[in-house]
Ligand binder design. Structure first.
Ligand SMILES: [Zn+2]
Length: 149
């Protein structure tokens, strides 16, 4: 489990409790390097989490799809793969932390935009300008590719 602040691998669990949903364990962790504390929601099986799209269709939560969209937004922006991975893990934890069986795609899009805004305004604008007219992160990735050509 990586620290979302400094990306160190060395963290310790300071508190642990089961959430209402028995398959989710909430852990309070502390980074041994920067001493920041953060909460993780760890679930054994995530395959059943469904994303509800704008048109009402549902599809399984797919981390790779989110990654594709974010990687596209950061194209040629000098952001490291590690930073991107940490960002995705953070988003994933937020999504899973809701503990709901279904999640709106626009909630995920909003999480992505919040993080991009903080890290790189250019990536944010790229993402926001294209993503807002899409409901789908993979469609977004395709669109960014076209823009860059
Ligand atoms: Zn840290």
């Amino acid at each position: 489990m990586k620290c979302p602040y400094c990306l160190s691998d060395e963290t310790k669990v300071v508190d642990k409790r089961e959430t209402n949903e028995s398959e989710v364990t909430r852990r309070r962790r502390e980074c041994l390097k920067c001493e920041n504390r953060f909460t993780t929601y760890e679930r054994i099986e995530m395959a059943d989490l469904m994303v509800v799209k704008k048109d009402g269709r549902r599809e399984a939560f797919d981390r790779d799809k989110i990654k594709k969209g974010i990687v596209s937004a950061f194209q040629k922006r000098g952001v490291s793969a590690e930073q991107i991975d940490a960002m995705i893990s953070d988003i994933e934890l937020k999504v899973k932390g809701k503990g709901a069986p279904e999640i709106q795609s626009k909630f995920i899009g909003g999480l992505v935009m919040n993080r991009l805004k903080r890290v790189d305004p250019v990536a944010y604008i790229r993402f926001a300008s294209v993503y807002k007219s899409f409901d789908d992160l993979s469609a977004f990735a395709e669109e960014i590719k076209k823009i860059d050509k």
